[in-house]
Design a protein around this ligand. Structure first.
Ligand SMILES: Cc1ncc(COP(=O)(O)O)c(C=O)c1O
Length: 326
């Protein structure tokens, strides 16, 4: 046996919620993506995209991986760069906490911090900074997760088939919120190819533009993205998100997401991030509407340990105006 940490990406557990389904006819299963080695679902897409870049000569030994990210994709890139021997440069706005910056540095990544106040068209904006660094650095490769078709394809080839296999083809509904949209688009495509009746349901935070775009085809320029849930919803439309794969959407607020994330920890022993709470909240709302037996699958995209000082902390909840269940 000669496995590296990379062989532990994917094949995550799928578990049935024991208490939270509100409808006895409906089973809700959650895919525990925090079992991936850097702690999130993003290990899948970064491994897939880097493997492809190597195969196609876009990234050669001694090269540099560049991405604009403060979150889970950055951790995945930093982890994969460490094991494969690439330099990793991650750009992020200065609002990102020191803990998050340090988590990426722990894998040896270089962090370039840009002013949060830089407008999207400014050369100092963190996305433009990443593009400039990638252009200036020889043998560099930018992951470009928002517009890279390999992002949904990674889920089409891994997460989708795993869900189909783990439910023995019984999945009837799939629920996932989105940022790049790679998760919902790629998994839904695979599941619908196996069974066109699979219903794909996408929760979106109030303040994101996706819901209105799905319902009306219009892009609201008021998508403030001022919600506190980290990692989903968007202020722009990007290529990884394929709305044709989505049957319906529902809007959620921070309270929905945080309350259910806390219930998952306390009642199911599953400690995930806020987007896992949002996904399970939406699965529960969907379950209430169903009148026939159904198998809903949803995703817990990342690890709750990152949010212990936020919504898992009673003082933070109270200070931010949330009610705490007794
Ligand atoms: C915590 C968390 N949940 C969910 C998502 C959404 O995944 P996707 O980008 O595939 O839509 C992300 C992506 O950034 C994330 O960081």
């Amino acid at each position: 046996m000669n496995h590296s940490i990379l062989q532990t990406v994917g094949n995550t557990p799928l578990v049935k919620l024991q208490k939270l389904s509100p409808n006895p006819l409906v089973d809700i299963y959650v895919k525990l993506e925090f079992f991936n080695p850097s702690g999130s679902i993003k290990d899948r897409i970064v491994r897939f995209i880097i493997d492809d870049a190597e195969k196609n000569g876009l990234l050669k030994p001694g090269g540099t991986i560049v991405e604009n990210t403060s979150g889970n994709t950055g951790a995945a890139a930093a982890m994969i760069g460490a094991i494969k021997g690439y330099k990793v440069i991650l750009t992020m706005p200065d609002k990102v906490s020191i803990e998050k910056q340090n988590a990426l540095k722990a894998f040896g990544a270089e962090i370039v911090v840009t002013p949060t106040s830089a407008a999207p068209d400014s050369p100092d904006h963190y996305v433009n900074t990443a593009i400039r660094i990638a252009n200036e650095t020889p043998n560099s490769f930018r992951i470009n997760q928002y517009d890279n078709p390999l992002n949904p394809l990674a889920h089409y080839h891994s997460t989708g088939p795993e869900i189909w296999r783990q439910t023995e083809g019984k999945v009837t509904h799939f629920v996932a919120s989105g940022s790049t949209g790679g998760t919902i688009s790629g998994i839904s495509k695979y599941l619908k190819e196996q069974n066109p009746e699979v219903f794909s349901f996408m929760p979106d935070p109030f303040g994101s533009i996706y819901y209105q775009y799905f319902k009306t085809g219009e892009i609201s320029h008021e998508g403030s993205c001022s919600y506190q849930v980290e990692g989903v919803g968007e202020d722009h439309i990007n290529k990884a998100m394929d709305f044709k794969m989505v049957n319906d959407m529902i809007q959620f607020n921070d309270d929905n997401a945080f309350t259910v994330a806390r219930r998952l920890a306390r009642e199911e022993g599953i400690i995930g991030g806020g987007t896992g709470g949002a996904n399970v909240w939406a699965a529960m709302e969907l379950a209430k509407t169903l009148t026939k037996p159904a198998t809903i699958v949803t995703i817990i995209p990342d690890n709750g340990a990152k949010y212990l000082s936020k919504f898992y902390n009673d003082e933070w909840m109270k200070a931010n105006g949330y009610k705490i269940a007794p």
